[in-house]
Design a protein around this ligand. Structure first.
Ligand code: OAD
Length: 255
């Protein structure tokens, strides 16, 4: 089956995916690019052009300028509310429905996989739609909006912050264990829309290699993973993922 944008999906890959009992898909910001959400390595746009994510997404930056960091995330939250999942997100929902054991491990914090209908989602870097107390590290559902920016924790009065993993912060332990153990027992591992440079997420493909899984990369550009991957399907995930689902499970499986 010839994908609309590139070489056909190799038949040996089609057969391996079709027969796989356990599949892990790792996604990065590239999966949301076709929904209009900028990736991390894209230049910042608009009023944020003078900042780099690395300078804003850290506990130190938040302590230095809590208002600036809160407002950057508020802008990104607003942006995410204006976009919709794309065919790549929907193709992963279709895959989850037909594969016996499927886990979607995402580095993204935009919640678009869940909005598309994915249920088995492991959020390694948190979710921009959730807020937690900076002091107590507990998710806070409701707080008084008294105009303070950032708003204050109703329990301890400390600052509230987005429930996302910042640079120099540990990933949520349970999620990382879940992602690692799934990568160790899958037959096919997809790395989709990620520059494969940020660990420990970027280390999951090594777990899959050691489990003798087929490792497939989907990305318009090569990454540090490309030369080791068994397959490099070059192109946008919004095109390639639906083509992959069509080639493996037929037209009726494509959402
Ligand atoms: P990056 O911005 O590093 O990489 C985005 C990748 O998506 C690049 O390899 C692009 O080539 C690719 N890409 C662009 N458009 C695409 C498309 N339409 N389809 C498929 N791929 C496309 O984003 P991540 O790899 O997700 O961590 O970054 C990983 C982590 O670095 C983020 O989760 C964040 C950041 O630090 C934290 O915030 C903790």
């Amino acid at each position: 089956m010839k994908p609309a944008s590139g070489p056909p999906i190799p038949i040996n890959l089609v057969e391996r995916v079709r027969s796989a009992q356990s599949i892990v898909v790792l996604t990065g910001a590239g999966v949301s690019a076709e929904s209009g959400v900028p990736t991390f390595r894209d230049a910042q746009t608009g009023l944020w052009t003078n900042y780099r994510p690395e300078d804003l997404a850290t506990p130190e930056a938040f302590q230095r300028n809590p208002r600036l960091v809160w407002e950057w995330y508020a802008m990104r939250r607003e942006k995410v509310l204006t976009v919709a999942p794309n065919p790549g997100h929907r193709a992963l929902v279709a895959m989850e429905r037909v594969v016996r054991e499927f886990l979607l491990v995402t580095q993204n914090v935009d919640g678009l996989h869940q909005r598309a209908g994915s249920r088995q989602v492991c959020e390694l870097h948190g979710n921009i739609g959730r807020t937690k107390c900076f002091q107590e590290n507990r998710v806070i559902e409701q707080w008084v909006d008294d105009g303070q920016v950032p708003p204050r924790c109703p329990q301890c009065g400390g600052w509230l912050r987005p429930d996302v993993v910042w640079f120099n912060e540990a990933l949520p332990k349970a999620e990382l264990i879940r992602a690692t153990s799934a990568s160790r027992r899958c037959q096919v591992f997809f790395s989709v829309g990620t520059s494969a440079m940020v660990y420990p997420a970027a280390g999951l493909s090594q777990e899959a290699f050691e489990a003798r899984a087929v490792v497939v990369e989907i990305n318009p550009q090569p990454t540090p993973l490309t030369e080791r991957a068994h397959h490099f399907l070059q192109g946008p995930s919004g095109v390639i993922l639906p083509e992959l689902v069509r080639a493996v499970w037929g037209e009726q499986a494509v959402p």
